[in-house]
Design a protein around this ligand. Structure first.
Ligand code: ZN
Length: 120
């Protein structure tokens, strides 16, 4: 049973970004780090119709890539960090940003698909 997200979308999208069900905002959206649960543990909403595919990865790459490249260029030009500092800092920043953004962005895409009644 797939229901569209009810009114008050911002709350539902925020809940999805935090890993909660975008319909009832209480049940779990993920059963593991990036694996979407089959259904909500609280309201029983079916999440199988919402397949995000590679959608969140595009936004993760754009956001993390921009922050990393801008930060690297800025610190290189403004502070003239040595090359080994760039080689240590920016890959770590890229990894942390990518892992940190993946789950919230996937939750947002699932909420958008449920809101727009995406079907297979
Ligand atoms: Zn729910």
């Amino acid at each position: 049973m797939t229901e569209p997200v009810k009114s008050g979308g911002a709350v539902h999208f925020a809940a999805a970004a935090l890993g909660r069900c975008p319909i009832c905002t209480k049940g779990k959206l993920f059963k593991s780090f990036l694996k979407v649960a089959a259904q909500c543990s609280n309201c029983g909403t079916d999440f199988k119709a919402a397949d995000t595919g590679d959608g969140p990865v595009v936004f993760v790459l754009l956001i993390a890539g921009f922050v990393t490249c801008f930060g690297m260029l800025y610190t290189f030009l403004a502070y003239n960090w040595p090359a080994w500092v760039h080689l240590v800092v920016w890959p770590l920043v890229a990894c942390v940003l990518s892992l940190g953004l993946m789950s919230p962005l996937k939750g947002l895409m699932v909420a958008a698909q449920l809101k727009n009644r995406v079907r297979d």
